[in-house]
Design a protein around this ligand. Structure first.
Ligand code: F6R
Length: 635
């Protein structure tokens, strides 16, 4: 049974809207969705008995969950791949198959090494053939697929350029397997895997758009906020070679599988009132009114009945009767989120405050995925909690060791060598750092040096904010310690370390990064570990009264309608926060994993907090220099 038929056979499970041109499904988690896709592939394999099942495969972060589930189905439910022939979409060029960054390596570690597929039935474009043979190789690749009768099922991811395979913008719908030049955005997205943009191959061999479109069934996966714009463009936009994934609008049997973040830019979620009749929850009301204020450029209390009617919100108006009442309700909702007392205001009523007043002194744990998210994302609130007498603890979830450059590490090793010139350990580290053929994965000792550099930066920032250093906890969660950008999946070991901290501190308040920008990124995994620990500790007496507040990481901010607590900062507090961030010298100037945003972390943080304050002000709230925003998580 395909996902397609399952959905159409289950009325009410999927609602297409007039804006959407490709069948798509949103799941609450990527793991649930991946299991569903793996089940469809498994049933295709099992039902194909008189000929080989021809499976098109993708690499990248998106299909990892599907591969994990296929491996489980093989191990636990006897799914055999002996009758399966696979064709991978693409491979970097030039690259050696043994290189750990090659797609050959990826496919073996994630799938092929764990299933019973015969090696000769695996096809992956070769990244190590001489240039003059590439064209013949591509023709043969295409012909081999055709000789098998074409692809039964093609699994796809999508790049931020809306590429499928490595068909970058400009790819023609008739394109076949060929050598292409990678787009600058694609190369920058791959920079982490290759330890810097300069090491990312400039080319790749990819199946063409037409090779993909010939597949009988196509399923495209996209997870996380980072993909949301591209997904909306693919599903709702015009077909154009500027966004090659839009060609899928012409394919008759494609489903796009999404998690909630990846589907968040579809009109049906972003502005559902423009698409269908809505059930007006408080959150949706807030979302619509913030949107309306922006559209008509007015503050909340200035909105008129006519504004609501003209912008398709008469239904919403009807829920309260009049614009006056709706505006007052909204104004109070937003006003109530503002507090200078993130740990609660002692001896005051809780009625209009986001946090409870009791106990007056709270034990708070700030969970920081990397050793600087605490100050980047909530440095102002962090300082206030300390100033207001709460017992603040910071838990640095990962060591952050891979984000320290070799140049930085060398400076410290040189200092150590000056102190201890005969130390074999420091001499070896220096040689490793100066080796022009340095391995892509640092030695364990070098990782220790890099992790220690980050620790010392946390100690500096903590002292600056007058936090006793014993209240800084370095969890060094094991899932992170691979030495590469790709991390291990989280395990109970990570959860146990977190549980031990809960037990030790017995927190009243937890702050954590609810940053969902990248599903396989460190923030997301840290959050999954925390959520699992909360689930497991839920019945402990000391967790009964613990509230959880989520901040967003360095990359994005909560929508105004999502904010439950807004902590304002004065100009001086903004400066104090900046200085705390600046203790993280290894993450300044030449940041290793900066992503698209070229601004330094302190600049991003300040601009983001200032923007939130400006929006609050535009909605009619008091004017503040900056605001840090939190959303309460109920577990
Ligand atoms: C990989 C491929 C690419 C990726 C896309 C998304 O074989 O062809 O199109 O699917 O770049 O990559 P992730 O999943 O890492 O976001």
């Amino acid at each position: 049974m395909s996902i397609h038929s399952l959905v159409y056979d289950t009325p009410g499970k999927f609602q297409e809207t007039r804006f959407e041109k490709i069948h798509n499904l949103t799941f609450s988690s990527s793991s649930e969705a991946s299991k569903m896709v793996a089940a469809e592939i498994a049933s295709g394999i099992r039902n194909c008995i008189d000929r080989p099942y021809v499976l098109g495969l993708a690499t990248g972060s998106s299909p990892i969950g599907v591969y994990q589930e296929l491996v489980r189905l093989h191990r636990e439910e006897g799914l055999s791949f002996k009758n399966v022939v696979t064709f991978n979409l693409d491979e970097y060029y030039p690259i050696d198959a043994k290189d750990i960054r090659s797609y050959h390596h990826f496919m073996h570690i994630h799938l092929f090494d764990h299933i019973d597929i015969p090696a000769e039935q695996i096809h992956i474009p070769k990244g190590n053939i001489p240039m003059e043979k590439v064209r013949a190789f591509c023709t043969e690749y295409e012909e081999t697929i055709n000789a098998y009768g074409g692809l039964d099922f093609q699994l796809l991811g999508i790049g931020r350029t809306a590429h499928i395979g490595f068909n970058e913008p400009g790819s023609h719908q008739n394109s076949v397997t060929r050598l292409i030049t990678l787009d600058a955005i694609t190369r920058s997205d791959a920079a982490n895997d290759f330890n810097g943009l300069e090491n990312v191959p400039k080319k790749a061999i990819t199946m063409g758009v037409s090779s993909i479109m010939k597949a009988k069934r196509i399923v495209l996966l996209a997870w996380g906020h980072k993909k949301a714009q591209t997904v909306a463009r693919t599903i709702e936009g015009e077909v154009s070679s500027k966004a090659p994934a839009t060609f899928l609008q012409h394919h008759k049997n494609t489903t796009i599988i999404l998690d909630e973040e990846a589907s968040s830019e579809l009109k049906r979620f972003r502005t559902p009132w423009l698409v269908r009749d809505c059930e007006w929850t408080d959150d949706l009301r807030k979302q619509a009114i913030v949107w309306l204020c922006k559209k008509v450029n007015k503050s909340i209390l200035m909105l008129t009945q006519r504004d609501y009617n003209e912008y398709g919100l008469s239904d919403l108006l009807a829920t309260m009767g009049s614009a006056y009442e709706l505006n007052i309700w909204m104004f109070n909702q937003i006003q109530k989120t503002i507090t200078g007392w993130p740990g609660g205001k002692p001896h005051h009523s809780d009625e209009n405050r986001p946090e409870r007043s009791t106990p007056a002194v709270k034990r708070s744990i700030i969970f920081s995925p990397h050793p600087d998210d605490d100050v980047i994302s909530m440095g102002g609130t962090f300082a206030r909690l300390i100033d207001q007498g709460h017992e603040v603890h910071v838990a640095y979830q990962t060591s952050g060791n891979i984000a320290v450059s070799d140049e930085d590490a060398l400076r410290y090793v040189e200092v150590a060598l000056r102190m201890e010139p005969d130390s074999k350990k420091f001499q070896a580290l220096k040689s490793e750092l100066l080796d022009t053929n340095k391995a892509p994965i640092d030695s364990e000792q070098l990782r220790l040096v890099k992790g220690t550099i980050r620790r010392s930066e946390c100690l500096g920032a903590g002292r600056f904010l007058k936090l006793p250093v014993e209240q800084l906890h370095f969890l060094d969660l094991p899932f992170y310690e691979t030495g590469t950008v790709r991390k291990n999946p989280p395990s109970q070991k990570d959860v146990d370390i977190t549980l031990a901290l809960f037990e030790k501190i017995k927190p009243h308040q937890i702050f954590a990064a609810g940053d969902l920008a990248d599903p396989h990124g460190t923030h997301r995994t840290c959050l999954d570990v925390l959520f699992e620990a909360l689930k497991q500790a839920k019945d402990e007496s000391y967790m009964k009264d613990c509230w959880v507040w989520l901040y967003r990481g360095a990359w994005q901010e909560w929508g105004i309608h999502e904010i439950h607590m807004a902590v304002p900062m004065s100009p001086d507090q903004v400066l104090q926060k900046r200085n705390a961030i600046l203790f993280h010298q290894s993450q300044k100037d030449k940041v290793m994993f900066q992503g698209e945003d070229q601004r330094e972390f302190w600049v991003r943080a300040e601009e983001r907090n200032r923007d939130t304050a400006k929006i609050y002000n535009a909605l009619g709230m008091a004017e503040y220099q900056a605001i840090e925003a939190f959303r309460r998580y109920f577990y």
